[in-house]
Design a protein around this ligand. Structure first.
Ligand code: CDP
Ligand code: MG
Length: 140
């Protein structure tokens, strides 16, 4: 088992539902350590850059409009196998298919407005963490 860090974003839908505190609490209760945290608002260009891997997908424009539509809360979480563990805690991309008790089941609306993002692999985490945080902002 390896200690990993992963990037989570609370998306604009969940921020506007006042679910930020609840979502952070769920991760902490499941044993993940909060290493960095900020609220920010992405421009359309920022969102396009962050989701560049999806540039050829039909939902790219809608996704990047949504992600730049309001404030988001980004965080770095740390723990054993944090990348796959956090993906389990958030649930399937489509909240309708997400398991009971997962964050997307609890707070997601539809496949686009699905409350949270989490890095899907060590390679993604390595790019996504520095997208939001400098080394100085990651504590401990
Ligand atoms: O976020 P996740 O890794 O679970 O899914 P993804 O396949 O990497 O897609 C990234 C994001 O695009 C999703 O979280 C959704 O917000 C959005 N998406 C969408 O709007 N429509 C789809 N059919 C698939 C994804
Ligand atoms: Mg993904």
């Amino acid at each position: 088992m390896a200690i990993e860090q992963t990037l989570v974003i609370i998306k604009p839908d969940a921020v506007s539902k006042n679910a930020v505190g609840d979502i952070i609490r769920i991760f902490q209760e499941k044993g993940l350590k909060l290493k960095a945290l900020k609220m920010t608002k992405l421009t359309k260009e920022d969102a396009k850059k962050f989701y560049i891997v999806h540039k050829d997908r039909p939902f790219y424009d809608e996704l990047t409009d949504f992600m730049s539509s309001g404030p988001v809360v980004a965080m770095v979480l740390e723990g054993e196998n944090a990348i796959s563990y956090v993906r389990e805690i958030i649930g399937a991309t489509d909240p309708a298919k997400a398991a009971e008790g997962t964050i997307r089941k609890l707070y997601g609306t539809d496949v686009g407005k699905n409350a949270v993002h989490a890095s899907d692999s060590p390679e993604s985490a390595k790019v996504e963490i520095p997208f939001f945080f400098s080394q100085l902002e990651i504590v401990g």
